[in-house]
Ligand binder design. Structure first.
Ligand code: SAH
Length: 253
């Protein structure tokens, strides 16, 4: 008997930013797989089982979840934010792609969530109001020279950029190097937003010009948004500035 596997996005951390669809999918499932802080966010019933694991075990976790679903389980795999953005949905798809043919019979659904860059952008104003891209700065899964090429291409193309996985204890230098690369291609006045723990009690939003942006202004709970020459700042007395990228392109790419 084949069961089901639902990959659910929990949003950035604020329970109000979880969708009703995500809550219904969690209520309907029996076995839960995910990184332990995400599993801890769930209010599970006594008969719902937790299989929390370390963050670096994505593919192993996906395979274990699929094995259980193939045996008839009602399995849920959870991710923070959106499960399709640098997260478990792609790991599950990869495991199905490479796995036994029976796994293709599992009823698979992916429930979207509010991804970090959207939560951070909303706090700052509308920095993603024009064309943008998302780049993971982690070189655990791709080489750094590819990241460098993408940063330069995105800057030259005039995309606002959202950086995920900007820095970690094992990767302390990437974000600072990314800013150095961008300073060679963008004006120093371009706004950079450091959005830490958006939607959580310890949320912190900081806005600095690219000329002053430094790697140590972020940690691994931060999503960094780098504007373009078109991105504007509205200063406000006593209030955080508003950052937005106008819908109308004036030609300062
Ligand atoms: N699937 C997640 C991203 C996983 S990658 C999503 O859609 O949001 C992990 C990275 O996401 C972190 O290093 C950080 O850059 C970002 N992130 C996750 N939650 C965040 C939050 N609440 N505030 C700011 N950034 C966050």
């Amino acid at each position: 008997m084949t069961g089901s596997l639902t990959v659910v996005g929990l949003g950035p951390g604020n329970p109000d930013q979880m969708t009703p669809e995500a809550l219904a999918a969690i209520s309907a499932a029996e076995d839960f797989f995910g990184y332990f802080p995400y599993i801890d966010r769930l209010n599970l019933r006594a008969n719902q089982r937790r299989h929390a694991s370390d963050n670096r075990e994505e593919l192993v976790r996906a395979k274990t979840a699929l094995e259980m679903a193939a045996k008839g389980g009602k399995v849920c795999v959870v991710s923070g934010g959106d499960p399709g953005v640098f997260a478990m949905a792609a790991a599950v798809c990869e495991a199905i792609d490479e796995g036994p043919v029976e796994w293709r019979e599992i009823e698979l659904s992916v429930v979207p969530g509010v991804t970090a860059m959207l939560a951070v952008a909303a706090k700052a104003g509308a920095p993603l109001g024009h064309d943008f891209c998302a780049i993971s700065l982690s070189n655990n899964l791709k080489p750094w020279d590819i990241i460098e090429k993408r940063l330069i291409a995105a800057a030259q193309a005039g995309f606002v950029m959202a950086f995920y996985n900007p820095i970690s204890k094992a990767r302390p230098r990437q974000l600072g190097e990314a800013f150095d690369i961008l300073r060679a291609h963008l004006p120093g006045t371009v706004p950079v937003i450091f959005g830490r723990a958006a939607g959580r009690p310890d949320e912190a939003i900081r806005i600095v010009p690219l000329a002053e942006a430094q790697g140590d202004m972020a940690d691994m709970a931060t999503c960094v948004i780098v504007g373009t020459a078109e991105t504007r700042i509205i200063e406000r007395d006593g209030n955080r500035p508003i950052v937005y990228s106008p819908r109308y392109f004036k030609g300062n790419a």
